[in-house]
Each structure stands twice: as C-alpha cells, then as structure tokens.
Design a protein around this ligand. Sequence first.
Ligand SMILES: Cc1cc2nc3c(=O)[nH]c(=O)nc-3n(C[C@H](O)[C@H](O)[C@H](O)COP(=O)(O)OP(=O)(O)OC[C@H]3O[C@@H](n4cnc5c(N)ncnc54)[C@H](O)[C@@H]3O)c2cc1C
Length: 377
Amino acid sequence: MTASTREQDPVVLDALVIGAGPAGIGTALALSAVEGLTFGVLERGGVGQTFLEWPEAQTFLTPSFTGNGFGATDLNAVHPETSPAFSLGVDYPTGVQYAAYLRGVAKHFRIPVLTDAEVTAVERVDGGFEVRSARGPARTRSLVWAGGEFHAPRNPRIPGSGLADLARAPQAWMRRSGDVVVIGGYESGIDIACHHIEQGARVTVVDGATPWDAGSGSDPSFRLAPRSRVRLAAARATGRLSLVGSRATGIVRDGEDWAVRIDDGSRLRCSSRPIAAAGYGPGLGPVAQLFAERPDGWPELDEDDQSTIAPGLFLSGPAIRHGGLKFCFVYKFRQRFAHIARIIGERAGKDVGALEAWRAAGMLTDDLSCCGVECAC
Ligand SMILES: Cc1cc2nc3c(=O)[nH]c(=O)nc-3n(C[C@H](O)[C@H](O)[C@H](O)COP(=O)(O)OP(=O)(O)OC[C@H]3O[C@@H](n4cnc5c(N)ncnc54)[C@H](O)[C@@H]3O)c2cc1C
C-alpha cells in the first residue's frame, strides 16, 4: 500500500454504539471507563430522543431513589455514580426529565455523541463493520446496537387494526369522552387506561391473557409493577373501568363510532378510535439481518449479548433475552453495560479493571444463572 492510499484509510474505532438512550449512553459510559479505547455514539435525534417523544403524561413506573451511598444504586441510573432522583428531584421521571438526566450524564462524563446521525445501513467488512449514517460512513471493530424498541410498536394482528391509535402516539393520550377501549392489558395498556379514567372517561381494557391478574412470579417483567397496581386499584374504585379477559378479534366502524369485536362474538362500542397497547418488537432496524432469530422472534444472542451470526455485534437494551429471562427495564439491561465493555476492552488488549466499580454498585451481572430468583414473600 502506498503512503497516499494509507492516508485515505478510514479511522477504525474500537467500538461504535448506535442509539443514545439509556442503553447506548450506559454502554458508552462503561466503554469510557476502559482507558485508551476509541469509541463513539451515533444518535438519529438528540440524547434521550425516545424520552423526548414520550407522551407528556407518561412517567417511569420504576421508582428512582438515591440509595447509591449504601450500595443500592438508583434503579433508573445508567452509571454507578449518578442518580436521576438526585439530579432531577423526582421519583417517577417524565420522558423530558429523564432525557435531561441522560444529557447531563453524557455531558459530565464527556461521552462523544454525534446527534442527527441516523444509521441507515450496516455492513460486515474485514475486521469489523462499516456503518453508514446521515453524518457519513464510519468503521468500527465492535458495534453495539442500542436503538431501543419504542420505534417498533406492535399492532394487534386483527382485521381493522389500522383503525386503532397506538398507545405510544400523542393522540392516544388526548382527553377522550364517552367510552374508550384499550386493546392490551399489560403495562402500557393499564397506564393509558388509568390516564383516561383520571381524565373522566369510561374505559374497557380487553386482553385474553388477563395480565392485570397477579401472576405467579415476582419478576416485574411478568406482572404489573406496584405503581401500576396502585393506579389500577384507584381506577377500578371509580366504577368506570372494566377489565375484559377476552381476545380482541377485529375493529370496525359503527356509524359515527367504532367497535372492537371480541372472541365471544360480542362487540365493545367506543366513542373514539380504540387504543392498541400490544407491546413492542425488538426494533433492530439496520442490523436486523445481522442477528439470527429465536423461535419467539427475539434476537438470538450468545452469553456475551453478541450476535450468533455476526461476532463483534452486541445488543444492549430491552430486547436482550436469555432463555426465559427478559431484560426490559433499565435496572435489568444496565447489568450488561460493563460486561459488553469488558469483552470489547479485552479484545482490544486494554486494562478493564475499572469496570469492577460497576460490580461494586450492583450494576454488573456476568453470571446469568443467578438472575430470576423469586422473592420468598
Ligand atoms: C412506554 C414505555 C414505558 C417504559 N417504562 C419504563 C420504566 O418505567 N422503567 C424502565 O426501566 N423501563 C421502561 N421502559 C423500557 C424501555 O424500553 C427502556 O426504559 C428504555 O427506553 C430503553 O432504552 P434504550 O436505550 O434501549 O432505547 P431508547 O430509549 O428507545 O433509545 C434508543 C435510541 O436509539 C436511537 N435510534 C434508533 N434507531 C436509530 C438509528 N437507526 N440510528 C441512530 N439512532 C437510532 C433513538 O432515537 C433513541 O434515542 C419503558 C418502555 C416503553 C416503551
């Protein structure tokens, strides 16, 4: 290779993170603890973009509390030395508040984030990945997808589903009068149902799996969070909330109104478009083809949260699944930031000792067999 072509060689980073939500910023913070590692973050909007898009009335359901000094790191923190409760002065942050926390943390720890840099394509190349974004191409040895799930809401797979408003859309949160029907009764469905009850509407939630029942385990990924249960009890006490344990089978127009068909053959009339709260998919965007799929549709990962078909590509965030374990809350998926950073650091021949601070703060789980223990009472 001549000197002139060598000058044109692109810089190859040790790691590139896509997405500047809690997973992306949290992973980048762990990478920044490994001295000498070259890395950056590409974000299509601004830091915490998803949270800036949250409907105004939506808040966290996992509480924040500054327990850090006693080894109980704030549940919503993405770095061991930070606490949203401390920096924001609230226990259940809104989206705008949490985005402010993420921005503050990224600035304090000088995380290199390139905003307005939507990643549109990722290609495997010799020794790593070529990433194309709105800000141009980049090369990296390791790539971390932290693009989140908020942009991948699931529509219920029923005829007429296009007549529903998705629960993530601002119009679903606008004041509605008369009868409101919500399809889906897990966290998002109960959240928006309680919101409309608080606004004075009559609400029916329909879900054949009856997720509002207690469930058998203590894992909040499989049962409603305490905050949701408290709100649900208050909503029930108004007498304006009905919970229907049936499957929605279709949505039709009914004159000026709408109707949701359910599997016993009856219909639930609604005065406004039904609201679909059917959860979220993995939302892998430009890296979708670089992950194999598990039978349940979630990405297949090795024990290091790495793609089984594209080594060097890691997943950080709520789409992580290992066996029956779900990592869909910040306090869960943050357990893997330092693990991913350690693998990347070790491969680059760096000293990764500083990441032990994550373990000391209860923010590093590398042995997944210890997850999922049930509470005795
Ligand atoms: C409605 C709702 C409520 C929730 N409530 C809680 C809660 O109370 N507590 C909790 O712990 N968890 C909660 N969660 C779980 C939630 O998934 C996580 O808390 C969090 O948003 C996930 O973080 P993330 O960084 O993976 O994704 P996000 O916060 O969505 O961040 C992903 C980032 O990637 C960017 N991005 C996406 N695609 C690209 C691309 N192609 N190129 C560049 N950038 C891209 C996005 O703009 C975004 O900024 C909730 C989730 C939802 C949907």
